[in-house]
Design a protein around this ligand. Sequence first.
Ligand SMILES: [Zn+2]
Length: 182
Amino acid sequence: MKKHRHVWHHVWHGRDDIGLRCECKAVRERKMTSYEKLQWKAHEKRFNAEIKRENKVWWEFERKFKTRKKEKRVKIGKKWFTPLLQDGWKWSGYDLMSRVEKWAEKYPEDVYVCYCDDTHFTGSRIFLILHRPGPRRIWGTSAVAVTQCDGLPPKEFFLYPGHMKGIHEALGKILKLRDRYS
Ligand SMILES: [Zn+2]
């Protein structure tokens, strides 16, 4: 590269220091100014708050209502991991239904309670729990069907926006048909 005046771009920062680099690969470190320190603090605070919100409601649901078991340790690269696998539910039927329903009240924008009947015609629920990769994004929703009296474990599935549209359209058509008949 020709002789030039470096243009410094921020590459990293520590507690007090900042690292800068020019396109010519020249590197420079210096102390952060107090203004920069304040800027970074504010930025980190925002960033951490966002991370905490990520899929928070779904993780809480898993923790509260599912059981997990530790699997055999596996080696990935140079590190050992103990995978935790979801392997069941802490409750089922009415017990699970009423517990999740109560919990859902805490998150009116993230958890939706839909009513249905099971094969014994007893009142059951489909819980829709949103997955949010960030505070202002929705990735899709988990649907958990909890039946009350058929003795079957809850059934869980995932809906992307396209799936939701399909169900929404089908139900719309059925309702229209019903209106036509009545
Ligand atoms: Zn340069």
